[in-house]
Design a protein around this ligand. Sequence first.
Ligand code: HEC
Length: 280
Amino acid sequence: MRNQIWAGMIRKAHNLGALAVLIVVAMLTGRAAAVELPDPAAMEASLGEAAVLVEVVEPHLSTIDRPVSVQYRGWPAERVLDRWLGQAWRAPGAEIEFRALDGYVSHIPAERFRQYRAYLVFERSGHPTFSVDNRLQNDKNVALGPWYLVWDNIRNPALRGDGGTFWPYQVKKLWLSTARLDALLPAGIAARHADTAGLAQKYCLSCHQVNGYGGDKWPINLAERVKSLSRPVFLQWVLRPDLAKPGTGMPGLPDMMPTDQRAALADKLYDYLMAVPVVR
Ligand code: HEC
């Protein structure tokens, strides 16, 4: 897959000549590759279609009682991702990073772009500048360019609850990160484990790791550690850690969850952690 990404990137760089700045991190780390987004004129030429107007409830201006709609101009994010990252971003588990001018990085699960409609925009329609006030951070006229990622939260009002999460602005680069994929779903694991890998990430990897991916609070590699545990020992550990080791700092799975669902989750996590190969 890496080779395909690489080949695709070369083709694109070729097509766009000096416009595409290719950072060959894929070759250095074997993990990811970044693309610098071109200016709107080059984007239009490269996509072969005109920008569209999209109306959204602007999370930085809105409150729950007073939604403020704003119109932006740009392209559907899926088109941009296809054009600049090839099909690789559609692989299950891929993550897309949006890198801002100041180095701020926003990680967005690629699945979200198939679930909901997003746009990469470069202009605020009917407004003198491409900027927005940020109500929460008490900032006036926050510059949004060169690119701003917005979500169609009018067609899909459920998205409004997320506020400005996943709305990175001042975006300059896209980065397809396969670090998560390489660690959580390495070669040799069956595709049916993809969902459980996401659950392990959600419930375990803020503190622990699987093959180097995850948190630093207690950075053991669960892919390795769990292979030495029997199922009953594992189940007790994640369901009642306080019984297994009184005074432990390890929290059990959330006890707000219905009991049978919680037990089924623990079982699935064990299946996944036993199946995931240890990558060194
Ligand atoms: C909030 C942080 C946190 C989360 C979330 C968490 N753990 Fe832990 N875990 C710990 C800590 C701290 C320890 C060490 C506990 C101790 O020794 O008292 C630990 C220990 C462990 C151990 C035993 C390690 C050993 O060598 O004895 C296993 C296995 C484990 N966790 C699995 C999991 C699994 C599976 C999940 C997800 C369901 C999970 N943990 C979620 C903090 C966490």
